[in-house]
Design a protein around this ligand. Structure first.
Ligand code: ZN
Ligand code: ZN
Length: 119
């Protein structure tokens, strides 16, 4: 019984941040993804570890610089710099929030369906 899996591990880290994409005050959630080979359901080999950051505001996803990710895991890095992030999935186009009434939508409206103001 051998198998290869992708696993996700949330790191105990969060940082508040003004989101580049949606402009909201969001939280960065850091997690690691790695491949694991298991033998009789016991992990015997882990490799290909990568780190990602997900924004709590609009769920945009960034890849985090490997060294920074390791540093966060080991407690030697306490701040993520924008230069450490590479955008993978931005939700700028699919997520809008009305600046007048706070209405949130994923539709591509030019005007807010609730109050009629322009997004
Ligand atoms: Zn955002
Ligand atoms: Zn509105």
């Amino acid at each position: 019984m051998m198998g290869v899996d992708q696993r996700r591990e949330d790191l105990d880290y969060s940082q508040t941040f003004i989101c580049d994409l949606c402009g909201a005050y969001g939280r960065m959630n850091v997690f690691a993804v790695y491949s694991v080979l298991s033998l009789f359901f016991l992990p015997v080999w882990k490799w290909n570890r990568r780190y990602y950051v997900e924004m709590s505001c609009c769920h945009s996803l960034y890849e985090l610089d490997y060294e920074t990710g390791r540093g966060i895991e080991n407690g030697t890095v306490s701040l993520i710099d924008e230069a450490d992030l590479t955008l993978i999935r931005g939700n700028r186009s699919s997520y809008k929030r009305c600046g007048y009434c706070g209405y949130e939508t994923e539709e591509d409206f030019a005007y807010c369906p609730k109050c009629g103001n322009r997004f």
